[in-house]
Write a new protein. Structure first.
Length: 134
């Protein structure tokens, strides 16, 4: 039951996120003109947000399953790793704004990978959407 519910949530979230991100990215130039930033920065922010969703879904799953100890250890470890990556890039790169975005992008891919590893046992490809809502 939990596997089906989690799989449906991840699938629907992915579908909605892809649609929304595609629309926003297709309007990149409009948004960049309004808020006066480079398109690279804007698109990077959208990608970071997209991949960040999955970590939150996985955290929610583990909280519901009462595995708070695992959540605490993983979150603390990821936090330390992310700070180190951010510091290294900000200190090494001349463009500090780009360094911050690159570090956030690397961190979002990293947390996505960790999320997939932790969520994989609870995700199934054969879902029953009708059972989710009853």
């Amino acid at each position: 039951e939990i596997k089906n519910l989690f799989s449906v949530i991840v699938t629907l979230t992915t579908f909605i996120s892809v649609v929304v991100c595609t629309i926003i990215i297709s309007l990149t130039q409009v948004f960049c003109n309004i808020i006066n930033i480079e398109p690279l920065y804007f698109i990077s922010a959208i990608i970071i947000s997209f991949f960040g969703i999955y970590y939150n879904l996985t955290l929610s799953l583990y909280y519901v399953m009462q595995k708070a100890k695992i959540v605490s250890i993983v979150t603390g470890s990821l936090g330390i790793i992310q700070i180190v990556i951010q510091l290294v890039l900000v200190l090494a790169m001349d463009d500090k704004a780009l360094a911050l975005l690159v570090s956030l992008l690397i961190n979002s891919f990293f947390t996505f990978t960790v999320s997939v590893g932790f969520a994989k046992p609870y995700f199934k490809l054969k879902m029953n959407f009708s059972r989710t809502y009853t």
